[in-house]
Design a protein around this ligand. Structure first.
Ligand code: PMP
Length: 320
């Protein structure tokens, strides 16, 4: 779980949305001179589409596009599409590619101007949405082993943490590499103050007794959309409070349950940190309940929170 989103792009879909047109993927190119390639001047999103008995549904698409709009504002980039146009582009892209399986949309706004200038304003940008197959291989019921990375989560004043920036993933990539080289699955990153921030591409929740904790946005996290769903489900399913508060490193070692959450992985149990077992060293029962419930909601097997899903008209799901 949680390796690259599309390992090696073994299989992909033929059409990509680029600046208002649906074009063949081979024609959706930038040159080596593109500003974003040297400087990471761009922002992106990841949106899941789930196939269920009653068709294909996007999970939290408006929330992802509104975060993209906010990221663009923070960076000083211009996203020239309304929410309606972004949702329409996503639906048309899925239809054109005849997507009937679980998939992942990658909206991407980058400075493609061929210039050596290091800046975000006054340069031309390109907006695209690509789509990749994404099955359940990222949704891991067995749990992951984490290390605490020596790489820190960049502070908001260095790389804006509320913006999902392309350049901002150097730190997480180094942290993930450190975890893999150490024989672990995933890295937990601390912020510059030494507080727990998040994992490389997911947010973190800890359970102590019957109380949950998760780091607040001011501890340099990307405030995840799955994070808000998990907070809601914890309250609804378990009636347990979730406290947003700074978390020290040593608290990681004494939590009763721990989970990571994000678009690709949904909810993943953490079973060890730095070689120390979390609880009895197996996935927490409440974590598994959250994982199952969220999955059932995404597949429309659970009728709760239908408002989290956007139907893709004209598509039918697996089994038809
Ligand atoms: N933090 C980081 C750094 C991420 O890349 C992601 C994945 N987008 C998350 C948290 C989780 O966010 P979301 O639930 O919106 O996918």
């Amino acid at each position: 779980m949680m390796n690259s989103v599309v390992d090696g792009l073994a299989r992909t879909f033929p059409y990509v949305f680029v600046d208002g047109e649906l074009v063949e993927a081979a024609d959706a190119c930038v040159t080596v001179h593109a500003n974003a390639l040297s400087y990471g001047t761009g922002t992106f999103e990841g949106i899941r589409a789930f196939s269920g008995d009653d068709g294909l549904h996007l999970l939290s698409a408006p929330e992802h596009f509104s975060r993209l709009q906010q990221s663009a504002l923070i960076l000083g980039l211009t996203l020239r599409y309304s929410m309606e146009q972004l949702l329409d582009a996503s639906v048309r892209l899925l239809q054109k590619n005849d997507v009937r399986e679980d998939a992942y949309l990658r909206p991407l706004l980058v400075l493609n101007e061929e210039t050596l200038h290091v800046r975000t304003i006054g340069l031309t940008s390109r907006f695209s949405i690509a789509v990749h197959p994404m099955g359940l291989n990222y949704i891991n019921p067995k749990g992951v082993r984490c290390i605490v990375s020596t790489w820190r989560r960049a502070p908001d004043l260095a790389i804006p943490s509320r913006a999902k920036t392309t350049g901002g993933y150097i730190g997480p990539a180094l942290a993930k590499s450190e975890a893999l080289a150490a024989g672990a699955d995933e890295a937990i990153m601390l912020n510059m103050e030494g507080h727990v921030a998040e994992a490389t591409t997911s947010n973190i929740f800890l359970r102590f007794g019957s109380r949950w904790m998760t780091p607040p946005p001011y501890d340099d996290i990307l405030p995840g959309i799955t994070r808000t769903h998990v907070m809601r489900l914890i309250e609804e399913l378990m009636g347990e409070p979730v406290v947003e508060c700074s978390i020290d490193r040593s608290q990681l070692y004494v939590a009763d349950e721990m989970l990571l959450c994000g678009t690709a992985a949904l909810v993943v149990p953490v079973i060890a940190v730095d070689g120390r077992p979390i609880g009895p060293g197996v996935p927490g029962s409440r974590t598994l309940e959250l994982q199952q419930t969220l999955m059932s909601i995404c597949r429309r097997q659970d009728s709760r929170h239908a408002e989290w899903l956007t139907n893709v008209p004209g598509r039918v799901g697996v089994g038809f």
